[in-house]
Design a protein around this ligand. Structure first.
Ligand code: IPE
Ligand code: IPE
Ligand code: MG
Length: 255
């Protein structure tokens, strides 16, 4: 079985090792704490973003190895533009680096990449890299990685409302035909199952505008560990914790 490959990551089974036969289908991560990680080491915040982007590669590879189907990461929010220009520029350069590398790496790893968010304000070369990487990785059958870039849950919902209003205006849709499924088809995540587990490293207890619609029945998990330090054991602990929860979706516990 696939998860047996984990032995190559070394070590005996840890108590926190999850049940690999009932993994969450979709894990979402708010990759937070890069700045604090750097500050704690007397490094510039940008060094934290670099360490965070390296960790994203490690965690995506691990999720692929254990057989997770969807991984969605919050990389840059619609509010993150308010940071100093130097910090934003570094984050954009890291995307550029990642996307360039992803063009050749993702097919080898059998991973599909999708960028979620409004890519219009991004620089033309990054937009071109996004198109190219998405095209090249389409059809891979392993992990689906969704990177939320210039993403905000509120902006996503407003965009969906605008798309629907336009269809109503054109006479293609009656207002009463708008239901949950119809609305979901206008979100960036159309066709992607809702996240089962949302992880926020760095100890914050808020969503910060992440997957507002899709998180309706997600299980939340937070840890004080900062994102660049969030490793295999932390992921396994989060999954084990998720597996101990009772998900009722408004109904009653199954007996
Ligand atoms: C998350 O780390 C990365 C982005 C928001 C782009 P932060 O930069 O928010 O790190 P902290 O929260 O300041 O430690
Ligand atoms: C959320 O983290 C956004 C990303 C991780 C990309 P922030 O650091 O921007 O959130 P706040 O400001 O602590 O709420
Ligand atoms: Mg933060």
């Amino acid at each position: 079985m696939k998860f047996k490959n984990l032995r190559i990551f070394g070590g005996r089974a840890k108590p926190a090792e999850p049940d690999f036969s009932r993994l969450p289908q979709h894990i979402a991560i708010i990759m937070d704490g890069n700045g604090r990680w750097a500050t704690a080491r007397a490094l510039p915040r940008t060094a934290g973003h670099r360490a965070g982007s390296e960790n994203f590669r490690r965690i995506a590879t691990l999720c692929n190895d254990i057989g997770i189907r969807y991984l969605t990461v919050y990389a840059f929010s619609t509010e993150n533009w308010s940071r100093p220009k130097e910090e934003v520029d570094t984050i954009m350069s890291l995307f550029r680096e990642y996307l360039t590398e992803a063009c050749s790496e993702l097919t080898k790893k059998n991973i599909t990449l999708k960028i979620i968010g409004n890519t219009e304000p991004l620089s033309p070369d990054i937009r071109e890299l996004i198109r190219e990487t998405e095209r090249l990785s389409l059809g891979n059958t392993g992990l689906h990685v969704n990177v939320c870039l210039n993403y905000g849950g509120r902006a996503e919902i407003v965009r969906a409302a605008q798309l629907l209003a336009e269809r109503v205006k054109r006479g293609e849709l009656e207002p009463e035909q708008i239901d949950v499924a119809c609305f979901e088809s206008c979100l960036y995540t159309a066709g992607i199952p809702d996240p089962d587990l949302i992880i926020r490293p760095s100890g914050e207890l808020r969503s910060s505008n992440f997957l507002l619609w899709q998180s309706a029945y997600a299980e939340f998990y937070t840890t004080p560990v900062l994102w660049p330090d969030f490793g295999r054991e932390d992921l396994f602990r989060a999954i084990s914790d998720y597996q101990s929860r009772s998900r009722r979706f408004g109904g009653l516990e199954k007996r």
